[in-house]
Design a protein around this ligand. Sequence first.
Ligand SMILES: O=C(O)COP(=O)(O)O
Length: 209
Amino acid sequence: MDGTLIDSLPDLAESGALLLRHHGLREPSAEQVRPMIGDGVRLLVERLLDFAGAGPELDRSAATKEFLAIYEPRAAQHTRLFPGAIETLKTLRACGIRSAICTNKPVAAATAIAERLGFSDLIDGIGGGDSFSVRKPNPEHIRLTVHAAGGDIGQAVMIGDHRNDMEAAKGVPVPGIFAAWGYGADEMSRDATIIAENILQIPSIIEEL
Ligand SMILES: O=C(O)COP(=O)(O)O
């Protein structure tokens, strides 16, 4: 979801900065937060605290809860779908292809964003980082999300911008399409079946796989 379907960096970075400011710590820029995204909220918060040099006295579970309390109400404030995302979801739907979100983000935040940005009607299911007992890079996260969305894992593809997405896809196995427009570094595409430069290419890539 983050860095593939939506550009959520501004709200994640702002929330991270507010958390650190609240504790009197050094605030990162959005560019510094970008590579911290993709492994769920807990690791994002740990990376933020490490960046700011927070000591062991700052409880990481409490800071994660605090971050979520800051982030959830503002999660769709500056966050936007990537250009072409709606057209792509509509094209897939018109081709009879289901779209599900398999994200390490908490499912409540992912669902709220889809509703607030007005694309929940085009999504057949959401498997969040807390929906199951596993999450990406565990391939079971993809299997369970596809199943919950009424899809057939034998026909599924995974689109993502992070190593976790491609590793999980390889584990299922399903084809992994690396989203080059996202937040992941180029080397994260190592396990990808194919690299997409633009979200609008997704329907034709799926057709050719
Ligand atoms: O790390 C997150 O919180 C979300 O990232 P994802 O949507 O790419 O899984």
